[in-house]
Ligand binder design. Sequence first.
Ligand SMILES: NC(=O)c1ccc[n+]([C@@H]2O[C@H](COP(=O)([O-])OP(=O)(O)OC[C@H]3O[C@@H](n4cnc5c(N)ncnc54)[C@H](O)[C@@H]3O)[C@@H](O)[C@H]2O)c1
Length: 438
Amino acid sequence: MPSAYEQLAARIRRREATVAVVGLGYVGLPLATAFSEAGFPVIGLDRDARRLQLLRAGRSYVSDLSHQTIRAFIKRPTTVITDRPASLRRADAVIVCVPTPLLKTREPDLSYVVGAMRAVARAARPPALVVLESTTYPGTTDGVVRATIEEAGHRLDAQVFLAFSPERIDPGNSRFATRNIPKLVGGVTPRATRLAAQLYGQVLDRVIAVSSSRVAETAKLLENTFRLVNIGLANEFALLCRALDIDVWEVIEAASTKPFGFMPFYPGPGIGGHCIPSDPIYLSWRARAAGAEARLIDLAAQINTSMPQYVVHRVGEALNARGRAVKGASLLVVGVAYKRDTNDTRESPALEIMEVLARKGAAVSYHDPLVPVITVCGARRRSRALTPSVIRAADCVVIVTDHSAIDYRRLGREAAMILDTRNVMRRAGRVRAAVERL
Ligand SMILES: NC(=O)c1ccc[n+]([C@@H]2O[C@H](COP(=O)([O-])OP(=O)(O)OC[C@H]3O[C@@H](n4cnc5c(N)ncnc54)[C@H](O)[C@@H]3O)[C@@H](O)[C@H]2O)c1
């Protein structure tokens, strides 16, 4: 009689294992479609009724996934889309991709992870592999997640195999997507590592096994902290260069000619999304609890979170130079997603910039080809079409997100004044507008 481990390994190898993905968001949905395309039966579980409705209608809500991919996914007879956690009982492998936000107190909010893991533990029929993908602090998988599984009566490494595998997806990146981004896996036990590596190895080009779930968790946090700190450095350089009357963009371009030991990062209106603003805080929180201090993380976070206010200040300066006040000015924000070519507005600096400017008495409208509606100061606003009359009506156009689909030449031709926080107007050719850069 083969052991539970051997049975599971054989089912994965033959692609007979049913893979459940809990949380069909920016991370979970591409993963679920990738497993389905590779021939695995897939259960997609989410509790967001609106998202499930869109999926059932064959519509994608993740900008990197086409409607066609979703239609093919839901049409396969091997796909189940559900909001019923009990459906997980048929799963051989469960991958959990639920949010890991911060509480108002800026402490980790693991309630989604714990809630999802409780549901998994209740429904699981061993043998089963359970993988956490949500970014979290070191020790989550072999701590609170392991305890949740064991409390439900499962024996770890005999019935349930537990691992962590960080998600590295880069929304809006057309070169790297789920399949060709190398994937780290670290199990709570060596056999869990092997099973998880085997599972991902069926659908991804490259899988790297590390010695533990803690190493995998911490590697992800190093990656995101690296970005946070370097963006903070670029933002600090932008402020320093302005004080010294030097063009920071040219400085970065010049430094980038060094073929080793330098990697360009750029200043911007602030950081957003679900990862960079919060993940490093998970690490600094955990470090503090262990008596260590993450000074660079806290400082970089401080610099980055001050950037939206700095953009507001620069709008005020630009208007003032033309004898105008923010109060009563007509402002057009271009791009409100937190990142180029995505429709994700979570933690987007554009929202803070618009709120503060509106509170100061400006009439603020926006254009974003990927975000048709947003809520600012409690009111819903619709994206305006980028027509010559809309552009001309603005006292200042503020470019916050540099989507590739935006017609920057037209902006440069029609606008009176532009505050460009992304240095995207450099590619717009001859412009009539007065352009201020960050
Ligand atoms: N978005 C990214 O670019 C990215 C990149 C790398 C890592 N991550 C990490 O991946 C995780 C997920 O991020 P995301 O952007 O996909 O989030 P998301 O909010 O887009 O998706 C999460 C989904 O989980 C669902 N959910 C929550 N609790 C549930 C439960 N108990 N049962 C079923 N469904 C549940 C929500 O309804 C939602 O649809 C986070 O930890 C994030 O830090 C995100």
